[in-house]
Design a protein around this ligand. Structure first.
Ligand SMILES: Cc1cc2nc3c(=O)[nH]c(=O)nc-3n(C[C@H](O)[C@H](O)[C@H](O)COP(=O)(O)OP(=O)(O)OC[C@H]3O[C@@H](n4cnc5c(N)ncnc54)[C@H](O)[C@@H]3O)c2cc1C
Length: 292
């Protein structure tokens, strides 16, 4: 199918883009990589009267280390996040997750701002934002707003970005010293959206897990952190008994629906399997960091 007729502008500055979006009064849409918006327009699920192309706005395309954390411009491509040495050094879990996003051609175009604004429940970046405790900056004629990732993903395909707002940057605070990490995903074919995926970050303190974070996706309308399961593992040695307990807590915390690709029961089982693998891997890395 082809999209409905639309007008198109390509502003050179953020100010011009904000003004164009405001002037469109709810009938305009930002286009970044176009990898989600164009299919939706082709299927006529959305029919904006105006597309505002932000690809030439240089100030939205940057990666910058800040106090051991990272500032990421909204226009940063998935492939850059996957391959950047800065991201690999500071947030290796993010580089690892990006390799699972779609295919290279899509990763070359898709942007972090587009992915999180789109808020697909099976997309890797929204879950990474929760896991990495990101803060997201959005601007509009009303000013600048900084939103915690925990408040950003409202429902399937619904983020907190308002119709006159543009996401400009994502800020990731430094990980705890010595943190181990892991990312695990199952998709039916390489490049497909995930059936389920899990990210884990933890440290090891005196032989026990600490500062545990568990993020999951594909098992609800939005990505989730699982505080009950995190609490089960915090303060425990990572042995088979605590792995069993954390897997049980994870499965109790999610209520996935079934769909064309997998039943709800299968997804609940799968997310437990992935959490077990990810916790073991993160633990090994944290142990190596504690020794090293
Ligand atoms: C075949 C296929 C397979 C895919 N598989 C995966 C996958 O496995 N995992 C995955 O995560 N993704 C997958 N994607 C989606 C891809 O990663 C998209 O690139 C991403 O979801 C959207 O980013 P974009 O820059 O292309 O956004 P666009 O398509 O340009 O925009 C998406 C939405 O976000 C809004 N938007 C964009 N930028 C901003 C901004 N800065 N501020 C405010 N609103 C903004 C747009 O108005 C639009 O509503 C797949 C896509 C395709 C076509």
């Amino acid at each position: 199918m082809k999209p409905s007729q639309f007008n198109y502008v390509r502003p050179a500055t953020l100010e011009q883009a904000i003004a164009a979006l405001a002037a469109a009064a709810g009938e305009g849409k930002i286009i970044a990589g176009g990898q989600s918006l164009m299919p939706m327009m082709n299927f006529r699920l959305v029919s904006p009267a105006l597309l505002i192309d932000i690809n030439r706005i240089k100030e939205l395309d940057f990666l910058e280390e800040q106090a051991g954390g990272l500032r990421i411009g909204a226009l940063t491509r998935h492939h850059t996040l996957e391959t950047s040495s800065l991201v690999k050094r500071l947030f290796p879990v993010l580089s690892a997750a990006m390799a699972h996003v779609a295919h290279l051609a899509i990763r070359n175009r898709g942007t972090i701002g587009g992915s999180i604004s789109h808020a697909d429940p099976a997309a890797e970046l929204p879950m990474m934002m929760l896991l990495l405790e990101a803060r997201i900056t959005a601007v509009s004629p009303r000013g600048k707003r900084v939103i915690d990732a925990a408040d950003f993903f409202l429902a399937a395909l619904t983020s907190d970005v308002q119709e006159d707002e543009i996401v400009t940057e994502i800020s990731l605070p430094a990980l705890p010293a010595g943190a181990g990490w892991a990312f695990e995903e199952v998709a039916r074919r390489p490049g497909d959206y995930a059936l389920a995926a899990v990210g884990v970050i933890l440290t090891q303190e005196q032989g026990r897990a600490a500062q545990v974070r568990i993020g999951v996706m594909g098992v609800g309308d939005t990505p989730m952190r699982l505080p009950d399961a995190e609490a089960v593992l915090n303060g425990q040695a990572c042995d088979e008994q605590s792995l069993d307990a954390v897997v049980a807590a994870v499965r109790n915390s999610v209520q996935p629906d079934g769909d064309l690709h997998a039943s709800g029961d299968y997804r609940r089982h799968l997310v437990g399997v992935l959490v077990r693998r990810a916790v073991k891997d993160a633990w090994k890395r944290a142990q190596a960091n504690a020794k090293g």
